[in-house]
Write a protein that binds this ligand. Structure first.
Ligand code: SAH
Length: 310
């Protein structure tokens, strides 16, 4: 079986379905062990740490799953000042974490204001990696941020299926637009990240296989996935959370399909599963994102219920 697993890139849909759905704990363990072995061989034993700086929860979008969606009125909104962002970067740098991930709600006007900040970060920390995760922006702004010194961009596609995408997002948001952004980011030379929530409302195993096929087509450098977790005050507040086990199996499958990719064991996984970060690493992930958002704002970046903040 191990040799077959190592050839996951070419596995037919039926085999992927079995890996995702099989009740066999032995098969699941073999999958995760094989992924870990491939990870050690290709990426080495180091777990890479990233500094997550949740710089603003102001968002123009109304994604049905998300705790910082525009219409969730009871979330106090904040944006970090340039000085605060630089302080977070400095703290991470001193901790030996030279990759800063600036994530926030989608807000093109504010994102424009980040161009000079990115330039300053680049000047102060010439060898750091600057990763952005700011949603869908005008292509000129992606280019300006790149020119200012950003090198990586995380933009999860959320689901590869257009009907499922429409179920998760308000009218007006389109999968096609999101994919055009992802392709443009790659074209501009960003190391580009994709990914999806696992177990989002209405998602089927078929959809997850479509996600894998889409990522095979586009070829992301980074893949971030985590279980869907409901948040109060959103349309999905009463929906069940996704499965941590399915998330771990997907991490393993992705390691085998995309051996070189950087794959985090995400906060959402750790929120749902005690020890989730370690479990993610044992299933083939090689990245951990530590939160560097100032304590006074941390609780306001309230994407889902119970979000751990470490
Ligand atoms: N505005 C940026 C960053 C979004 S927040 C963007 O559009 O890319 C980062 C990720 O958190 C999202 O891509 C989504 O996959 C995840 N997320 C949002 N709400 C969630 C929830 N309720 N449960 C689990 N993950 C969620």
């Amino acid at each position: 079986m191990i040799e077959t697993l190592k050839n996951t890139r070419n596995l037919p849909d039926s085999a992927l379905q079995e890996l995702l759905e099989s009740p066999s704990a032995a098969l699941a363990q073999e999958l995760k062990d094989t992924a870990r072995e491939v990870c050690l061989k290709v990426k080495g034993p180091e777990v890479l740490i990233r500094a997550l700086i949740e710089w603003s929860n102001v968002c123009r979008n109304d994604c049905l799953y998300c705790g910082i969606r525009r219409s969730r009125a009871d979330v106090p909104r904040y944006s970090l000042s340039p000085e605060e962002i630089l302080q977070c970067c400095g703290a991470a740098w001193r901790d030996g974490v030279p990759t800063f991930v600036l994530q926030g709600g989608e807000n093109p006007a504010a994102a424009e204001g980040l161009v000079p900040i990115v330039r300053t970060i680049r000047e102060r920390f010439p060898s750091a990696a600057i990763t952005l995760s700011l949603g869908e922006l005008p292509f000129e702004l992606y280019a300006a941020l790149k020119e200012a010194g950003a090198n990586r961009y995380l933009l999860r596609h959320e689901t590869a299926n257009p009907e499922h995408y429409a179920r998760l997002h308000p009218a007006g948001m389109r999968l096609e637009t999101r994919l055009a952004c992802i392709r443009e980011l790659k074209r501009l030379g960003y190391e580009t990240g994709m990914g999806m929530m696992v177990g989002s409302p209405g998602q089927t195993t078929r959809n997850l296989i479509e996600d894998l096929r889409l990522m095979q087509e586009i070829g992301p450098h980074m893949i971030g996935i985590g279980p869907f977790i409901p948040q109060d005050g959103t349309p999905f507040e009463n929906c069940p959370a996704g499965s941590a086990e399915t998330t771990l199996r997907l991490i393993a499958i992705m390691r085998l399909m995309f051996p070189d990719a950087n794959i985090p064991a995400t906060t959402a996984l750790a929120t749902l599963l005690p020890g989730g970060k370690q479990a993610g690493i044992q299933a083939g992930a090689n990245v951990i994102m530590n939160v560097y958002t100032p304590l006074k704002e941390r609780k306001k970046y309230d994407l889902y219920k119970g979000k751990t903040d470490v």
